[in-house]
Write a protein that binds this ligand. Structure first.
Ligand code: NAP
Length: 330
């Protein structure tokens, strides 16, 4: 495993982090199996993954509970990131949310506490961040991060409070952050935590056509708004997405590596990415994915990947939101 320090902190994270959304099951991921999920979390730890990303909204605390059961006794041998709920109506609720997460996580502190989304109806951003900062002062939280904040929202962060990360969607099929949000985050000295690097399984080669993709994952803006769970109202880019996947698979075959390794290695090599949060639902997937650390893509391959994925990047445009047309990340 490779490790990196989160900028401006003494927190050391693994460059492949474990994404803990999928283990909560639900509308996006379907059935769940607690025993298998706990084995998966332990397998990640055994393979050197020390950084785990969860959230209250992953199953209304369910994912946090699984993380607590599997890893709660490991103390400072693991770095746990979680997120403050999207249903926040007052900054005074932040402390209670934190206490509840700590109880589920079976820990006395949260290493990285992140704002999950800034949505209409929530308190002003500076007030939320100030409430989170009070938790740093009281020792319940070690560092603060945000997720899904665009350039305009980043400009509203209180300058005197260190906000060390912006967690954003980033993969070969989802490069929208390159237009604006990634440069703006790096300019502020924030590390990028890249989420959905496998585009929720599409970049493993497990689906060979758009029709095979389950409903919960076909709600992203890559897919047509006619998909049952879609809420974006766009036509999507299903054919172009699968043409891109087929070209990426052919390149992976030429390089003699699995498509998932190509996808993860590409994100790992992007400037400013502190850690790549890879979701896994079985120990075998963890095993398969950590193999990506052995891959070093040449400049020539990186240029080819840029060429293959540029048409999809252009078609989807600069909105980084994987699920909604506009308004949430600005
Ligand atoms: N801050 C945010 O708003 C936000 C949003 C999204 C995600 N995230 C974070 O980022 C993490 C990762 O993103 P993600 O879970 O959306 O997607 P992802 O990492 O792109 O894909 C993960 C899914 O792909 C499948 N998979 C993984 N490895 C595989 C392999 N080797 N072979 C075949 N299938 C494999 C698994 O699902 P199946 O086995 O079911 O196919 C797994 O759950 C999340 O868990 C969460 O921690 C954050």
């Amino acid at each position: 495993m490779e490790y990196a320090e989160l900028m401006g902190t003494d927190i050391r994270i693994s460059r492949i982090g474990m994404g803990c959304w999928g283990i909560a099951g639900g509308r996006t991921w379907g059935e769940r199996d607690d025993r298998r999920s706990i084995d998966t979390l332990r397998a990640a730890y055994d393979r050197g993954i020390s950084f785990f990303d969860t959230a209250y909204s992953y199953g209304n605390g369910y994912s946090e509970e699984l993380v607590g059961k599997a890893l709660g006794s490991l103390g400072d041998r693991v770095v746990i990131a979680t997120k403050v709920g999207t249903g926040l109506s007052s900054p005074s609720e932040v402390e209670r949310h934190c206490e509840e997460s700590l109880r589920r996580l079976r820990r006395d502190w949260i290493d990285l506490y992140q704002l999950h989304w800034l949505l209409p109806g929530m308190p002003p951003l500076p007030e939320i961040i100030e409430a989170m900062w009070r938790l740093v002062k009281s020792g319940k939280v070690r560092a603060i991060g945000v997720c899904n904040l665009g350039k305009g929202q980043l400009a509203l962060l209180p300058p005197e409070i260190p906000v060390v990360t912006n967690q954003l969607p980033y993969s070969l099929l989802w490069r929208a952050i390159e237009y604006e949000v990634m440069p703006a985050s790096l300019e502020r000295g924030m590390g990028i935590l890249a989420y959905s690097p496998l585009m929720q399984g599409l970049l493993t080669g497990k689906f060979s056509s758009p029709e095979e993709v389950p409903e919960g994952r076909a709600r992203s803006r890559l897919f047509s708004s006619s998909r049952p769970q879609a809420i974006h109202g766009e036509e999507g880019a299903e054919d172009l997405t699968f043409e891109t996947i087929h070209r990426l698979s052919a390149l992976a075959r030429d390089l003699d590596i699995p498509l998932a390794h190509l996808a993860i290695a590409w994100v790992l090599q992007r400037e400013g990415v502190a850690s790549v949060l890879v979701g896994a639902r079985t120990p075998d997937q963890v095993d398969a994915n950590v193999g990506a650390l052995a891959v070093r893509l040449s400049e020539e391959v990186l240029a080819e990947l840029d060429t293959i994925t540029a048409p999809l990047k252009e078609r989807l445009g600069p909105n980084p939101d994987m699920w909604q047309t506009s308004g949430r990340i600005w």
